[in-house]
Write a protein of this length. Sequence first.
Lengths: 410, 310
Amino acid sequence: MLYRSIRQKIQRGQAGSVKKLILAFAIIGTVLFVLSFIGWYNYVPVKQALSAENAEQLRAQLFTGVYVDRSSLPAALAGVSPFGFTCSLLMRELLIASACFFALTMLIAVEKSLAVKQENGSLWETVKNTAIEYFQQPRWGLQLFSDVMKIVLMLAFVFPFYWMIITAFKTYPESLNVPPTLWPTQWTMEGYENTFFSGENILNYFKNTVLVTAAVIALQLLIMVPAAYAFAKREFPLKGLLFGIVLVAFMIPLQLTYIPVYLRMQDLNLIYTLWPQILPLGADAFGIFMLRQSFKQIPDEIIESAKLDSAGEVQIMTRIMLPMCKSAMVTIAMFSFIGTWNAYFWPLVMTRSRDVQPLTIVVEHLRDAELGVRWNTVMAANTLLVLPILLVFIFASKKIIEGFAYRGVK
Amino acid sequence: MTNVADIEKQALREARRIKHRSWLTSYLMVLPAMAFLIAFVLYPTAAMLIMSLYYGNAKNPFKSWRGLQNYNMRADFWVALRNTAAYTGMALVLVMILSILFAQWMYKARKLNNVAQTLFFTPHLVAGVSAGFIWSWLMSSQPYGLFNTVLQPIYQILNVPSIRWLDSSDTAMFSIVLMNTWKSVGYYCLIIMSAMKSIPTEIYESARLDGSSSIKTFFKITIPMISPQLFFLLITITTGSFKVFDSVRIMTNGGPGDATRVLSMYIYDYAFQRNNTLGYACAAGIIMMLIMVAVTVFDFAFVEKKVHYQ
């Protein structure tokens, strides 16, 4: 039913709303996936498996889902298992639901691209015409060579990611195979199991990363938007001097400021909290600079006419300025998302306990934890670190590339 | 009439009051940002400057006065500086040339080029840590290392021992540069590409009519027209390379020996990892900042004159 109505929409040419729908489905799918994962982890037998005698067997069952006791589903719905433990037996259902959403999303995406193609004749026609055009070019041999090289180079650029994902699914002996296998002969979740059961509470690291990232984005927008607005659109004494401070701050690297900041945080007894990772990133000189630039592009007449309509400062900000600078703000938020999620240096110097460290550092712990480097485990953890960024990039690649290009131009 | 003067005065006062209130609002708007910048950027810089004159540790940074003695740099500082300079030089050459070549190669609006652009850009979004892990796995000098497996036939033909990538002090730095080139070339390529796209086609047309060869067109038209972006690249790559830390720490942690110990790693080591050497770290940090500022000022003073702005 849902599928049919979407198809009708595409045929009527309302591609914009379909795009939004795809995005919504993807987000719902991701959220469900994460929820199901957390639910599964909190399921008590999983935790027992950590210490159980027959741990190997238990883990294998947990990953296939066989272990989940179907008969207690009604009890699980109430949140309590027959044994009195709180658990989430819904994990498997949630996983299936999210997989369905993903599948539907993919289906619609394919359908959509086909619909676009069909406007210019049938699929076969399009391919044929493109091919004919291609070989009618003046120097098609050279072009073909260049394009083949380009594709080879593209594959080479993506290959490290492929290697990461594939290594994570290999068994430890296979990962050390000579010569290396390009495709796992035996698929295993061993790497992922080790990341979750090696004694590092990886969900806690994950939580830290998410919390810090969200807090930094919120704090930055809250602090930088008013400042950028005042610098762009208002006159006040010492404005030049204050903006000079911003420009000077832009030049000073983090490698310089962390020592005193660390000492101060230590004095304030904050070093065992998440604050040292959040507060110092609150105002980013570059972000202020960029936001100011986009506020400046709004014509003064709009503000004047709003003032004539007796709009207050707050109203001008929220009703006029913010909507017009939405794109710049999204870009800023995106930069701080990527920057904070990937941050390594700052958390490394600002944390002394594992409770507050982010995901980037746990990968390092996993590498250093055992005698030899267990590359399949490291790559599994690495995949978990990279995947959210890649997912965001897949769904907003155009927007992200535009943002980065803009940063270079200014 | 005193009455009129009174009213005038009152109006003036009223206007001033409004102005002052508007100033107050402005200050309230910039205050948080300023407070954060001062607390977390300017104050620490000043504190670094003062701490660099003392002998101390994390518990007590001001143990005893050392004056400028901390700036009498030790031998390993010069090693770190030389390594950083080597890294910066290699990164500049490699990234600049490759990004210009790639941009020239694929700036035309075609579907394949768009896909290529997206794929080349992807590594830039990934954490330096992740990229470091993946590449140190690829570059492993063990028999199971992928790069050496692929290159094995070439080694045999040339009859040379296999490259030891990160495990040899000759190649370790270059290996890290290679990784960071993979990571960042897509981004710089993107910037150059958007500059190339904004060059008016008429210029190319007239060059073609004048019978100029494509290589000549590239050097006489494209390069000058994108020089503002090249200038941006020069500054970003230089200052970025001076700060390099994540990938070096993950891939080699300064080794083998001291072959890849860069400046930021020197500062990190001396700040909290050793006893009573906070002063050295601060002094090195101040010098690092001075070098970065000097490079930027130098670029603006000398290179920018040659840059063509439209």
